[in-house]
Design a protein around this ligand. Structure first.
Ligand code: SF4
Length: 100
């Protein structure tokens, strides 16, 4: 059976429906300083649905949590190992889900 494109939206299009209120200068997720990224940190560059994790020019993993949707995936993968520090944003900040 063929799969039709129909009206199904791509994930990127659905994420675009969300809005974020950035708590400037107070990131709610921090990456522990490291020289060489652990396997868990490397994995975060691939699994974060919002693409918050990326390698910098020195090969270390950084996070820009502005588009974080608080799914908790990175928390499950890398918090217990100490690779990241994860907190919810302060009240009033963070993702605002829309249903467009
Ligand atoms: S909580 Fe989810 S969306 Fe936010 S940084 Fe972690 S993996 Fe990405």
């Amino acid at each position: 059976m063929a799969i039709s494109g129909g009206t199904a939206a791509r994930v990127e299009e659905k994420l675009f429906q969300n809005r974020y209120l950035v708590d400037a200068g107070r990131p709610h997720i921090k990456v522990t300083p490291h020289a060489v990224p652990s396997d868990a940190l490397v994995a975060l560059t691939k699994v974060c649905p919002a693409g918050c994790y990326a390698f910098n020019d020195s090969g270390q993993v950084e996070i820009i949590p502005d588009g974080c949707m608080e799914c908790g995936t990175c928390r499950v993968i890398a918090e217990l190992s100490g690779d990241i520090e994860w907190n919810y944003p302060r009240g009033g900040y963070g993702v605002l889900f829309k249903f467009g």
